[in-house]
Design a binder for this molecule. Structure first.
Ligand code: FPP
Ligand code: MG
Length: 416
């Protein structure tokens, strides 16, 4: 196991090496350091949790967290327990429980949008396939949490209809990109069922992804806010560029980590960062607050993808609802492999040939497990989660703001 100092060096190098993205990130983070001026309010840090209505994702994670007191992420969760006196039946805010009413019809309302805009039954079916309510709804959940936290911060209450629309649009862009991704990756399984490309032919599936995107574009237009339109459109340009970067590039060994982080931002973090910025803008937040929302989303998004890349090496297919070691099989070198390269340089030629030779996938898998690559990936993810929690702490205290901090714990402790 590497010492903390060595890990910090590796991650700092990774961050510094990531060029524009991380340098800009560091500048922004400094900008939002101690000097930031925010109004603070006191409110309950806890909600009473009944044993119902919580999504399996959050339930498992909250239980993991409460059971494993030694994990840093969980310590930070309990460090937020600042409720009045000792109240044993009070628990840290559970985001899904807190937003139960806001989230319960999200998928139904998306399906309505998909349905209304066409009378072609097969197109409706394909486009609705991933909106069956089995997803984690992470993006809508975080978008609504940030909406309510920002609204509270600037003395508004409730959730604006336009903010809820952004939560839906974020999930629609995400699903459209997954549909395209499943065609590109020739995926078999997603969300515990055959992936969309297995059930219908590629041409129809691709069109259905485009259709979801087009319906999302109409919803954006209905917001009648040019700045928000630009921010949300940026997500799509970045998703496409991220996927392009992944399709095949010949970056050198030195460029690899920077390339990976930029790709990760574009493929995963941009969607969360920009949708959170959009809901903050809709609330009338000033630039500083909108940037906090953006940076929170960026950090949560990067951490989420780093953990995803880690779970591809350690989780079972049953738990993930999709095959594992899939990235290596697709020829992709994610953070665990890139970190492992330091100890096992023999991984370099395998990365260059995208693990195409017989035995490459098995050998790389073994070397990653023998190296510190998994710990280093988790460490980097944790760093982003802590940064997200710090940013959330600079928003006025409310149950929604507290739940944003809990989300950063959920991301680092997620099992699937
Ligand atoms: C999942 O990656 C895929 C993405 C996060 C984005 C894919 C983006 C595109 C296909 C570009 C086109 C975008 C739009 C909006 C049409 P993964 O393969 O690493 O994850 P997985 O294991 O869940 O498949
Ligand atoms: Mg895929």
């Amino acid at each position: 196991m590497l010492g903390d100092r060595r890990l910090i060096t590796v991650c700092t190098m990774a961050c510094l090496g990531s060029g524009r993205l991380c340098v800009r990130g560091v500048e922004k983070l400094c900008q939002f350091g101690q000097n930031i001026q925010v109004r603070r309010k006191t409110s309950a840090a806890f909600v009473r949790i009944k044993d119902t209505g919580i999504q399996p994702f959050a339930r498992t994670l909250l239980r993991n967290c409460q059971d494993t007191k030694t994990q840093t992420g969980c310590r930070s969760l309990s460090s937020h327990q600042v409720g009045p006196g000792s109240m044993p039946d009070f628990q840290p805010v559970d985001p899904y429980r807190l937003l139960e009413d806001d989230l319960k019809d999200i998928y139904k309302d998306i399906r309505k949008e998909i349905h209304w805009n066409t009378n072609q039954e097969e197109l409706r079916k394909i486009a609705s396939y991933y909106f069956d309510g089995q997803g984690k709804a992470l993006r809508p959940m975080v978008a609504i949490l940030m909406s309510r936290a920002v609204n509270y911060h600037i003395n508004k209450s409730g959730l604006l209809p336009a903010q809820r629309q952004v939560a839906m649009i974020a999930e629609m862009i995400h699903s459209a990109s997954l549909i395209h991704d499943d065609v590109i990756d020739q995926s078999d399984f997603r969300r515990g069922k055959p992936s969309v490309n297995v059930v219908w032919n590629h041409k129809k599936v691709t069109m259905a992804g485009d259709y979801i995107l087009a319906v999302g574009a109409m919803m954006i237009a209905r917001l009648r806010n040019d700045d928000v339109t630009l921010v949300l459109s940026q997500i799509i340009t970045e998703l496409v560029q991220g996927e392009f970067m992944q399709l095949g590039s010949k970056e050198t060994e030195n460029e690899r980590f920077a390339h990976y982080l930029t790709k990760t931002y574009r493929k995963t973090a941009s969607l969360i960062a920009n949708s959170l910025k959009a809901v903050a803008m809709l609330a009338g937040a000033d630039e500083k607050l909108a940037e906090i929302a953006f940076q929170y989303g960026r950090n949560v998004g990067l951490a989420f993808q780093l953990v995803d890349d880690l779970l591809d090496f350690v989780s079972s297919s049953d738990a993930m609802g999709k095959p594992t070691a899939a990235d290596l099989k697709l020829g992709l070198a994610t953070a665990p492999v890139l970190f492992a390269c330091e100890k096992y340089p023999e991984l370099n030629p395998m990365i260059m040939r995208r693990f195409q030779e017989a035995g490459d996938v098995e050998k790389a898998f073994e070397l990653v497990h023998k190296s510190q690559g998994l710990e280093q990936t988790r460490f980097l993810a944790k760093k982003h989660c802590l940064e997200a929690a710090r940013l959330a702490s600079s928003i006025a205290e409310s149950p929604y703001q507290k739940a944003l901090i809990v989300v950063s714990d959920l991301v680092i402790n997620r099992m699937k």
